[in-house]
Design a protein around this ligand. Structure first.
Ligand code: IPD
Ligand code: CA
Ligand code: CA
Length: 272
């Protein structure tokens, strides 16, 4: 599991397992989708600039001025609309709140793809409240796609309701991942032996593929909380399932497995 330097009092509410509880207000979903899309559009100003300045963070991962600009815009939108909510962003850390609600931001998920001019990066925004993951947005600016969900309000792909696939079993299933090097070799072997087609259509893009029925599963044996905060509610509302690779619905545990639900237990059996 990756290290995250966030002190306990700054973290989103502890009650953060599978989405449940009451439906979230439509206006909050609308706000989140609009804000994520606006931040995503900002990233396009830098996308495909071969001269983009890239620096390395303390953990060695890359960050660009576009990451900072997108996160700044999201923070400013959130603090204007919901000034008492806390905000937790990958690049700028935590701003405390007093509502028990937390917004979680990954301004560019897939910075390496972004820097390479590959369109599979995303801007991610999530809202977590006392009842768990409440809103999730995967904005894919360079693909002009956006997948989102709000608890009790359904999942959408560019405004049209979306749903996971109906493919049962791992045989012939498309299983996506952000990188094969994160996998324990025996787990990868078991998934392949079960007949799955493993593809590195990864980062948030892989979760978007699952939520829209274009792939059956997405696995991240290692991830940060902001990589996956948007995913539990999107998967639940799209009819799928989200857990960590041990099967726990806890999303803040450093690994993630999302699927159409039908093959989730078979997938977990391979991953454990
Ligand atoms: C990372 C990317 C990478 C994955 C890491 C993520 P970032 O996010 O998604 O492919 O392997 O787990 O942290 O740094 O591009 O936002
Ligand atoms: Ca990320
Ligand atoms: Ca990022």
């Amino acid at each position: 599991m990756k290290d995250i330097d966030i002190s306990p009092q700054d973290q989103p509410p502890a009650d953060n397992s599978e989405p449940r509880g009451g439906a979230i207000a439509e206006e909050v979903i609308d706000f989140a989708v609009d804000a994520a899309q606006r931040a995503g559009r900002i990233t396009l100003q830098w996308y495909q600039q071969r001269s983009l300045s890239v620096s390395a963070k303390s953990d060695g991962t890359p960050v660009t001025e576009a990451d900072y600009a997108a996160e700044r815009l999201l923070r400013s939108e959130i603090s204007a609309a919901y000034p008492d909510d806390s905000v937790w962003g990958e690049e700028e850390g935590v701003s405390a709140g007093r509502t028990g609600r937390s917004w979680v931001i990954d301004p560019i998920d897939g910075t390496k793809a972004f820097v390479q001019g590959v369109p599979l990066y995303a801007t991610l925004l999530a809202l977590v409240d006392g009842q768990g993951p409440a809103v999730g947005v995967i904005c894919l600016p360079a693909l002009d796609e956006c997948v989102w969900a709000g608890r009790g309000r359904g999942a959408y792909w560019n405004g049209v309701p979306c749903r996971v696939s109906e493919h049962a079993g791992l045989d012939g299933a498309y299983v996506c991942t952000s990188g094969l090097s994160y996998w324990p070799e025996p787990a990868l072997e078991r998934v392949r032996a079960a007949g799955a087609r493993v593809r590195t259509w990864g980062d948030a893009y892989g979760y978007a593929l699952v939520a829209t029925g274009r792939a059956e599963a997405m696995v991240d044996p290692e991830c940060f909380d902001w990589d996956v905060a948007a995913m539990p509610v999107i998967m639940a509302e799209a009819g799928g399932r989200f857990s960590n690779t041990s099967g726990s619905p806890e999303w803040r545990s450093g690994s993630a497995a999302a699927s159409n639900g039908l093959l989730h237990d078979d997938l977990l059996a391979c991953l454990r």
